[in-house]
Design a protein around this ligand. Sequence first.
Ligand SMILES: Cc1cc2nc3c(=O)[nH]c(=O)nc-3n(C[C@H](O)[C@H](O)[C@H](O)COP(=O)(O)OP(=O)(O)OC[C@H]3O[C@@H](n4cnc5c(N)ncnc54)[C@H](O)[C@@H]3O)c2cc1C
Length: 459
Amino acid sequence: MDADGLQVAVVGGGITGLLTARQLAAGGARVTVLEATDQVGGQLRSVQHDGRTVDLGAESLHAAAPGVLELLDDLGLGDDVVAARSGTTWIAASRGLRPLPAGMGPAGPTRLWPVATSRVLSPVGLLRAACEPAFPPTLRNGDTAVGGYLAGRFGRQVTDRLLDPLLGNLHAGDVHRLSLAAATPQLDQLARRHRSLVLARRRTGRTTAPPSFVTVRGGLARIAAALASDPRIDLRITTPVRAIEPDGDSYRVLGPGRDAWDVDAVMLAVPSAVAARLLAPLEETAADLARTRTASVATVVVGYEHDAAERLTGNGLLVPSTSPYLLKAVTFLSAKWLHLAEGPTFLVRLSAGRADDQRIDELDDTDLVERLHADLADLTGLPDGPVSALVRRWRDTMPQLEVGHADRIVQVRQRLAGTRLVLAGASYDGVGITSCLGSARRAAAQILPVAVRTEAVGP
Ligand SMILES: Cc1cc2nc3c(=O)[nH]c(=O)nc-3n(C[C@H](O)[C@H](O)[C@H](O)COP(=O)(O)OP(=O)(O)OC[C@H]3O[C@@H](n4cnc5c(N)ncnc54)[C@H](O)[C@@H]3O)c2cc1C
């Protein structure tokens, strides 16, 4: 069977929806992408600020992740890929800024010596972390929280002072609730197979390769724009889908007013809460989808006078959630990205917002900028305030992949098996563009007939 003539509605024009649409179209399906807002990209949002294009949503990609550079090349963006300059990322510790230890990733430390020399941990905390290889296997029954798991292996300080600012910030979540299986699947695999994480990583050689981050000159929204320009895709913006009705073997997708599409399959690349609403008649499924909590975050891009910014060394800093600061993460954009260095100001990106923390909602934009700048000034000694600022709020955007998430999504998918209703995206398969890439590939493979799958979406 080939896919020619198979009609698919992709609901959601974020990176996941667009990637899936492209793969479905490559497989011969006739695809309509329905996007609620007036532009594609979802959490990829690039805007002009102080004469340069900056990203207010996702700002970098893990270059080594499968398929990333190939995709950028395919989309004609290969020549505009910019690598992050090497530079220190600081961690706000109780006694000042400390360098993020080399080998420390969102899934815990891979090497102990850099942790020792960074002085983020106290001598007692360090001694406890160094005992990890000697500890017996961590017993667990099913999924568990990453924070608790790593505290059991390396001690509480590693969780509070390193994991929280890294993984907690990435997910805007609580590391004591985030799931080992869903938020850190590679760590979960390692933990299932080995007793000691340090020894396992030493053996597998995964300690050495530092993550290399890239972006696209002109902003990551160019990826969405390039995907959306595919002439095989029928794209409808300003088209919020309000219901999906089964109609025999097919579906009727209802848009605004009397707009409707009759299709063979529906790909839902929307946040969990929206999918829950659209699948409301499937009560159990909708209830499971509605259980994924979300966090609101805010991104503020500010411009400082170049002289004032001389105090900002390195690429940025991370702030643990246990600190009194509202500020959670900072990227010194003009230092990290060469193409953002030149211009009237030194650009800095400030982030705030975590699950169960409503403080950003209580501040208007002016107060938010003032507060985040005050936090940064306190941490770095920055003398003057910003000369420009831009605020973007991402309300209920960051899905919380908490303990039990992966199992719940497996169950949802089992219930949907054979219905040609498919879910994909960050809310289900993990936060970040690279997770969305894998999620989109699997979603397209589910919809396309076996005969055309391999060519369109790869093995
Ligand atoms: C501030 C911030 C910083 C981030 N930084 C990074 C980073 O540096 N690197 C990285 O890899 N990832 C980063 N991420 C995460 C990454 O951006 C997301 O995981 C990814 O973009 C999610 O894509 P998606 O397509 O699954 O969802 P979305 O981008 O949320 O797309 C969903 C789309 O569905 C649409 N929609 C909603 N309801 C309907 C409806 N009823 N009908 C039709 N359409 C609808 C929405 O308008 C939206 O366009 C960041 C996210 C944020 C918010």
